[in-house]
Ligand binder design. Structure first.
Ligand SMILES: Nc1ncnc2c1ncn2[C@@H]1O[C@H](COP(=O)(O)OP(=O)(O)OP(=O)(O)O)[C@@H](O)[C@H]1O
Ligand SMILES: [Mg+2]
Length: 278
């Protein structure tokens, strides 16, 4: 373990919620075929990953109460690829944080893998996150004291993989994201787009079954943005479930289902692809 990571781990942040590990595997099937396969598999054994009922989130400060979410009913099945859109401040990040067990609702219920986790103890929620989730944060949430390579290694390190396997997967993922040449840099020495690609690499390197992505292309030029969307599509074709917040209609087209939020409520929900599950 490198000195900086040792320092960081020893710094008291014992339970880093940076998503689970997932490496990127190359797919042997053409994308369309692979998608078809994923859908057939899911239809035959549909499994609900997330279900919400009358979900509500109010933020209370000394002087103001803000209702960020109200009455959200949502069902995400295994293999789904959902885009969430809506104006700034309508509650998209709030919703994603609750779905990703990073925040708790103030009303309603949240089921994760068939179990009500609304009031589950933090330790249980942390385990569920570590085992199932890759989270791409709107604000990246990279660890400043760790290099690019160390940031990406972290989920695999927590999975206890052998060093050689960690090295291989991290190298592969950095190359895929076009950041291998910056492996020894620290986050503050990178551009916004590079930081975003490191954050994406960290979220997918451990091959999580559920990827929650908050504006994953928000800081990227069109070429890198397209690469990220193709990567998410490939991961989805390989079986990962994806819930992505985006302001980009072009990015939303990669999803199979589009959910529009307005003032904390789902206002429309529509299927955007014949591959959608429901
Ligand atoms: N920690 C907080 N304390 C108080 N209010 C908050 C907090 N976080 C979010 N809010 C409020 O909740 C509402 C929803 O915020 P949220 O970040 O979910 O919006 P968003 O749809 O993700 O917006 P954007 O597209 O700009 O990222 C906003 O009105 C915001 O001001
Ligand atoms: Mg947001």
């Amino acid at each position: 373990m490198s000195g900086s990571r040792q320092r960081w781990l020893g710094g008291g942040i014992a339970d880093l919620e940076i998503g689970t590990a997932l490496g990127i595997t190359s797919i042997a099937l053409p994308l369309r075929q692979a998608k078809h396969l994923a859908v057939v598999q899911t239809e035959s054994m549909e499994k609900i990953i997330i279900q919400t009922s009358r979900l509500e989130k109010k933020y209370l400060t000394d002087t103001v109460e803000t209702t960020a979410l109200t009455g959200v009913e949502l069902r995400i099945a295994q293999g789904d690829f959902v885009a969430i859109m809506g104006p700034s401040g309508c509650g998209k990040s709030t919703l994603l944080n609750i779905l990703g067990l990073l925040d708790r609702p103030t009303g309603g219920t949240l089921q994760f893998l068939g179990e009500d986790v609304t009031t589950a103890p933090e330790r249980k929620r942390a385990n569920l996150r570590r085992e199932n989730l890759g989270f791409i944060f709107q604000s990246f949430n990279l660890i400043d004291e760790l290099s690019v390579q160390e940031n990406i290694e972290l989920p695999l390190f927590y999975q206890g993989l052998p060093k050689t396997e960690i090295k291989r997967r991290v190298q592969e993922t950095m190359q895929r994201m076009g950041i291998a040449h910056r492996h020894a840099h620290f986050p503050q020495q990178l551009s916004g787009g590079q930081q975003q690609r490191v954050a994406i690499a960290r979220a997918v390197v451990g091959r999580p079954s559920l990827i929650l992505a908050d504006e994953p292309t928000g800081n990227l030029d069109s070429q890198h943005g397209r690469e990220v969307m193709l990567l998410l599509s490939e991961l989805n074709a390989e079986g990962a479930t994806i819930v992505m917040v985006t302001h980009s209609p072009a990015d939303a087209e990669y999803a199979h289902r589009l959910i529009n939020l307005f003032d904390g409520q789902v206002v429309t929900e529509r299927v955007t692809s014949p591959l959608a599950l429901f």
